[in-house]
Design a protein around this ligand. Sequence first.
Ligand code: FBP
Length: 569
Amino acid sequence: MSMLLDHLLKMENHNSIFESAVRTLPLPVCAAFGDAAGPLPAAFAPSSHILATRDAEKVAASFPDSVRASGNVVLTSTGVNRNAPRGKRVAVLFSGGPAAGGHNVVCGLKRVLGPDNTLLGVRPGPKGLIKGSLLEITDADIERFINTGGFDFLGTDRTKIKTDAQFNSVKESCLKHKLDAIVVIGGDDSNTNAAVLAEFLFKGIKADGSGVQVIGVPKTIDGDLQIGKLLPISFGFDTATKVYGEMVGNVLQDTRSSLKYWHFIKLMGRSASHVALEVALQTKPAVTLISEEVAGEKQSLASIVDQIAQTVVARASKGINHGVVLIPEGLIEFIPEMKGLIAELNDTLAHPDAAGFAALNSLQKAEFVESRLTPANARLWSSLPVYVVRMLLAERDSHGNLQVSLIPTERMLGDMVKERVGEIDARIPFAAHYHFFGYEGRCGAPTLFDAAYTYNLGLTAGSLILDGRTGYMATVTDLGRGGVPQAIPLTGLLNIERRHGKDEFVIEKAMVKMDSPAMRYLVSRRAAWAADDLFSSPGPRQLWGNAARQMPISVALNSGAESLEFLIG
Ligand code: FBP
């Protein structure tokens, strides 16, 4: 066999030249862990920061052990923990959608737990915990998965642990595998679940009456798990937005090269528009829709369409017949009239009359719904393209959410803009392409920011376990100044929200705020970006060299940073 063929065979199964090189990328560690060569666990002490939500009293009544233990006080690292216990058995799981850097959380955990403790991986996600499906994680696994993207080492799922039977199964899994702690890597819903689990497992689980610790780690590409300076961003956001930024930048280059297309690009981010905002700041397209602004200004579908059409017309008057429109994935639920329709639709589908609904064909389903809607909603329903109706009728996820990633909002808007432009001036050329950049951004190799951040989040989570803590979310603050491991009491984040007809404890999603520095910057520049081609192309993400050390622009703006450069370690 030739050397080349031999090399090609060796590159199979995650051994591309890139994947092999990236495994050797050195990762900095915060000073609290000693040094990168042999990171040591950090110790924690209460800070002066106490969290209080509007439902704090009700939370204290429902989570008595957790609240009594933490007092909802944020913990901060105090340096290396020289008295860390040995012999702990810790399980780690991914929950919800994948996000780049998850493997490095596991690697950080393994490193900080060291050879004196055991790390087990749960396969896959909460479902694996209920089933008791765990495997021991070895040093060889860490060498293989470090700095690689995705959650494929363990897999993930979206099961919400909610029934008594599920909680009891989790307890059995803890006993079967002699667990002392569980680390849940997830978003707002998963960390809410971690808070509930922490209370349930607080005491009386093991034969000696002790409990099982639970620590959360903040993950989601959506960027909607943010808690001011305590949690400037969840992991995965930087990688996803840099992947999308590169793709949108390339499309923008194409528009000014081929001079004839408008591109309607929907960007992932289930509810909040942080991803769209960040990608807009990176690339400066002609139009960026921000769902929170649409809701705040109570914009109708027709007014959104008209706003885009007017930009198309204004650019055409200067001979610019191309451009890019960025659309946040969750937009449809933020347009007030659509929100009203979706709410009524959800009630209709949950109604007992709907029992035989699943057996109907698509047309019958649409007619069934239309016959039960109020007249205004029925009118809106019948005006929607069939491909939107079909997706609005699709199954909800296990948290009861509409699967917005399946709704082709980009096509719907493009079709409607085409019609509106024709009404304004039929001579204007308008040709559109449609894209959804979503899954492409979740699992790529982490950026240097996400790789370093997640490794340190893993070190923090493991340190909290060795420090005997439970019911906290690991965080690393001061990302422009070396990084400080801290712990946020999960009960200090909980509020009550009415979801699917009943009150539930939730960690509220952090939405884009209209008065945030990042949003204000977009508002100050967008008219200029609409009028002329001022776009820039951020290019492929870098892991080595000067361009590698950038944090997200929105995070830098919102945290008052002086530059885009992050500094961990
Ligand atoms: P998480 O909040 O669980 O990280 O998931 C985010 C997300 O990637 C959304 O942006 C998207 O709407 C959704 O997951 C898609 O979910 P699925 O993987 O179930 O299709």
